[in-house]
Design a protein around this ligand. Structure first.
Ligand SMILES: O=P(O)(O)OC[C@H]1O[C@H](O)[C@H](O)[C@@H](O)[C@@H]1O
Length: 547
């Protein structure tokens, strides 16, 4: 497979870029009253306005040629049908099977995975009902009031952020708490407020080998045993989700209390599996199912919409346009919704762990950029902080504005004010403010020419800053499912274009190995410090912390 930069459509885009790179969106809008209609699309409940991008119709056509030449459609179909596209781990990539609502089978090595998926969902449903109605009780016979969900990375961010995003749908009487970091401060603070008798502990680890999760679970087990629980009671309080059943049972998990997952689900794509149990416990199984239904809606759109109207594909190629032609190194997510304030961190893992790669599966090093830095925060807060750099800084930062049309709580005109800020920001980024406009304003105020010359450049907004506006009717579980799957598929499209494997994460391994080596040295002063002088000195400093 040719590298992305060797594709014919890449060359065509490069010459086109030279032609259009200085076009200002202000002029593109002035020239074409239909620009919004031409550059907007709908995917199930999601509406995308991508007219405030530095593109013409020709740009769009060339970008989609690129997607076609990179075989986005064929590879998409391969992913949905169980092809082993995670080649470095020799695995299929089937998070889409977890939300398959059709009767179609999904085969991995000739075996239909759907019966297992459905059986696990049924087990989850029954479990959630038993916790909610009090059939399942703690060791003293009391109904559970709290769930402690322990996990990290993909076994944490999805459940935590989606539970937070759907707070208005929370069931009464059961509080779900999350702990990820191995920093004892977190587990300390959370355990301090939990009642032992009525706390259910749900440990989530696909590998059942993650240091932080194992340590936090062991600490919780000690807390349980030191505060009234006995070994016999553990089975009533400790559950886990893992694809490593052997390690889970060896650890002491009761086999009935293990919810399975599979090697064909990547951690950052796993919230649709039993990893999503904390969501189902917090919001009720129906709402968890609605989240899955939303993802299925987006899967169907991604599978069937022509690329010209295919929202994840459009978002994917637009990202490539800025990263590989304009040299953008980051992409900002700006949810204008308080409940979605954690969403940028979710997409951060999804995108950066998937596409932060520098070689192809066939062993070629890349000579072009891949995944950008994903960051962001809730609007309007960011407007009073980091938006300054997006408006007037020296780097190009494409933005996604995400905005539900209806609020969860209609309170006077709060929502109109929120929306006005969201739409106003996209407008300001696009049109900017010219030096002539600035000078005219100052002249009206009676400033001298010399004063104006000095101040004007500081007040100029170059504009021409790209943004997508992503709307939904309301932030329901179903709409959230659509939104998440939209980003999953965007990341997929980009990974295919760049010719990388978006489904492994070897880049996290080296730090883990060295971290274990350092831990041994921190805990045993007799081990010789054989590393670099900086790491040796840091270890020495820690070893002597009580001296
Ligand atoms: O679910 P686990 O096996 O405990 O893994 C938790 C996380 O840790 C790893 O280091 C990966 O970077 C993540 O992709 C993964 O989700």
């Amino acid at each position: 497979m040719a590298l992305f930069t060797q594709l014919k459509s890449y060359q065509a885009l490069q010459s086109h870029f030279e032609e259009v790179k200085n076009e200002h969106m202000r002029d593109l809008f002035a020239k074409d009253a239909d620009r919004f209609t031409k550059f907007s699309a709908k995917a199930c409940g999601i509406e995308l306005d991508y007219s405030k991008n530095r593109i013409t119709e020709k740009t769009k056509a060339l970008l989609l040629d690129l997607a076609r030449e990179a075989k986005v459609e064929e590879k998409r179909d391969g992913m949905f049908t169980g092809a082993r596209i995670n080649t470095s781990e020799d695995r299929a990539v089937l998070h889409t099977a977890l939300r398959n609502k059709s009767d179609n089978e999904v085969l991995v090595d000739g075996q239909d995975v759907m019966p297992e998926v459905r059986a696990t969902l049924a087990k989850m449903k029954a479990f959630v009902a038993e916790v909610h109605d009090g059939t399942r009780k703690g060791y003293t016979g009391k109904q559970f009031t709290d769930v402690l969900a322990i996990g990290i990375g993909g076994s944490f961010l999805g459940p935590k952020i989606m539970t937070e995003a759907l707070k208005p749908y929370k069931v009464e009487g059961l509080n779900v708490h999350f702990v990820a970091n191995v920093d004892g401060a977190h587990i300390h603070d959370v355990l301090a407020k939990l009642p032992v008798e009525t706390t259910l502990v749900l440990m989530s680890s696909k590998s059942f080998g993650t240091q932080e999760t194992l340590k936090n679970t062991l600490t919780t087990k000690e807390w349980f045993l030191n505060n009234g629980g006995t070994f016999e009671d553990i089975a009533k309080h400790f559950m886990c989700v893992s694809s490593n059943i052997k390690a889970a049972t060896e650890f002491g998990m009761d086999e009935d209390n293990i919810f399975p997952m599979w090697d064909w689900v990547g951690g950052r794509y796993s919230l649709w599996s039993a990893i999503g149990l904390p969501i189902a416990l917090a919001l009720g199984f129906d709402n968890f199912e609605a989240l899955i239904d939303g993802a299925y809606d987006m899967d169907q759109h991604f599978l069937s919409a022509p690329l010209e109207e295919n929202v994840p594909a459009l978002l994917g190629v637009l990202g490539v346009w800025y990263i590989n032609f304009f040299g953008a190194q980051s992409h900002v997510l700006l949810p204008y919704d308080h409940y979605l304030r954690g969403f940028p961190a979710y997409v951060q893992q999804l995108d950066m762990e998937s596409n932060g790669k520098s070689a192809t599966p066939t062993g070629d090093y890349l000579d072009y950029a891949t995944g950008p830095v994903i960051w962001g925060g809730e609007g309007t807060n960011g407007q009073h902080a980091f938006h300054q750099l997006i408006h007037q800084g020296q780097v190009l930062i494409p933005a996604d504005f995400i905005m539900p049309i209806h609020s969860q709580h209609e309170m006077s005109n709060h929502h109109a004010m929120l929306a006005s800020n969201c739409f106003g920001q996209t407008q300001a980024l696009m049109q900017g403010k010219t030096v002539e406009q600035v000078k005219a304003e100052f002249a009206d105020k009676g400033l001298t020419d010399a004063e104006i010359e000095k101040v004007a450049p500081q007040k100029v907004f170059e504009g021409n800053k790209p943004s997508n506006t992503i709307l939904m009717e309301k932030l329901t579980p179903r709409a959230l499912g659509q939104l998440i799957a939209m980003y999953e598929h965007k990341v997929f499209v980009q990974g295919v274009i760049w010719g990388i494997n978006s489904f492994d994460q070897w880049g996290v391994e080296l730090g883990k190995v060295l971290g274990n080596d350092v831990l041994a040295k921190l805990e045993d002063s007799s081990i010789e410090l054989d590393g670099d002088s900086s790491t040796n000195a840091l270890i020495e400093r820690f070893r002597n912390r009580n001296a």
